[in-house]
Design a protein. Structure first.
Length: 401
């Protein structure tokens, strides 16, 4: 279903971009009791309605005054054809006023980013960006992966913003909140259009994705990389296809991501593998395997991020664990608390990506030793800004030099 922002009953484009608010701290994580949650899990959306989705529930966002959930009233209301219909993806076309988001977070290596879409159809159950959907008045659960916003005109906005006389070029990060190559990109091609603007202006870009669709844009990325203007990072969580299918239901399979690394590297595009997220007690045994196979495919840089469970993601991930791996639930949550000073999540700058404590230290050291042994991160790719050519605004004067 396709709608435009501003249609009756739909969110409008006047909301701020949640990425900026979220990366600078957002709301503090609520107190959370894993034990009580396991004993009294919330009601779920029927399995047949959420096939191919990550979240099991669709509770109202944290800013809503009223919480809504479906209950059986005894009259068969939940057995009607409409109530049992599969949850479908609904797209809203949004016309934002700006496209570049700024941040001053001290523990991320960029100060600006672009997110072509709000929400993400990949449906990764652990996605730390899920709580941003609450800024739209929607649920971080199923709404996050089924009610998507496409930023129409993003490329034109970008060209306008980087053509400003006072604009100073620095690397623009894309894919830091939601994936720019999620399935809707095949149809809407917002990411493709943004790349075309950046390529024309010789503007540096760093991309992070879980999708093999990024290989579609090799014709743009390879010439940019040859000038020192582009790099791509693909994140791989596990090579267990069944596990990946459950945690990342609509992302490319791990093997296809590996193939994308191979294609990008062969085209001369600096490629990074992100072991992200590392899920304690579930995927931590695969760190060395992921690094080895990615290096064989051509990746030469590597990084990792420990599982982050801010705000509503704690419940969403907990629900998934109880449904898919109940025997691991308490162990995973205890390991999470061991890295977050007794809490399931701690948003402290510098610690939120890696955690602290013995388990976090051992895991980080395993990654470092494997990366060093394989030859990762020996020479960091530094993108250039000196080639930037400022776009000429309509009616403006072209440079003589």
């Amino acid at each position: 279903m396709l709608r435009r922002a501003g249609d009756k009953g739909k969110a409008t484009a006047s909301y701020p971009d949640p990425h900026d608010l979220w990366e600078q701290g957002g709301d503090p994580a609520p107190e959370y009791s894993a034990d009580s949650f396991a004993e009294d899990p919330p009601p779920k959306v029927p399995t047949e309605r959420r096939s191919g989705r990550g979240a099991a529930t669709n509770r109202s966002g944290r800013f809503e005054r009223q919480a809504r959930e479906q209950v059986d009233d005894g009259w068969g209301a939940l057995e009607t054809q409409e109530a049992l219909a599969p949850v479908r993806t609904e797209i809203t076309l949004e016309r934002p006023k700006t496209i570049i988001t700024r941040n001053d977070s001290p523990d991320i290596p960029f100060d600006r980013s672009i997110n072509p879409y709000r929400g993400c159809e990949h449906g990764c159950v652990y996605c730390y960006a899920r709580p941003t959907h609450a800024f739209m008045g929607l649920s971080p659960g199923l709404d996050f992966e089924t009610r998507l916003f496409v930023k129409e005109g993003a490329a034109a906005l970008l060209e306008h913003e980087i053509s400003a006389p006072n604009y100073t070029p620095k690397v623009i990060a894309i894919g830091t909140n939601t994936d720019p190559y999620q399935p809707v990109e095949r149809r809407h091609r917002i990411m493709r259009e943004v790349l075309e603007v950046l390529a024309k202006a010789n503007h540096p870009v760093g991309i992070t994705t879980k999708s093999a669709l990024c290989a579609r844009d090799i014709d743009l990325l390879a010439p940019m990389a040859a000038k020192g203007l582009a790099r791509v990072a693909l994140s791989i969580t596990t090579f267990d296809r069944r596990l990946a299918r459950g945690m990342e239901p609509r992302a490319s399979t791990p093997e296809r991501r590996l193939e994308a690394i191979r294609q990008l590297s062969a085209a001369g595009i600096p490629t990074t593998v992100m072991v992200a997220p590392i899920i304690p007690g579930v995927t931590d045994s695969e760190i060395e395997t992921i690094l080895e196979r990615a290096h064989e495919a051509g990746a030469r840089d590597a990084g990792y991020v420990m599982l982050r469970l801010p705000l509503e993601v704690q419940d969403i991930f907990g629900e998934w664990l109880l449904e898919n791996a109940p025997d691991k639930y308490r162990r995973v949550m205890n390991l999470m608390r061991s890295m977050r000073e007794g809490k399931v999540y701690d948003a402290t700058w510098g610690n939120r990506m890696t955690g602290t404590g013995p388990y976090a230290g051992i895991t980080g050291r395993r990654f470092e030793l494997a990366a060093q042994r394989l030859g990762f991160n020996e020479t960091r790719t530094r993108l250039r800004t000196d080639l930037f050519t400022r776009p000429v605004r309509p009616g403006g004067q072209m440079s003589l030099f």
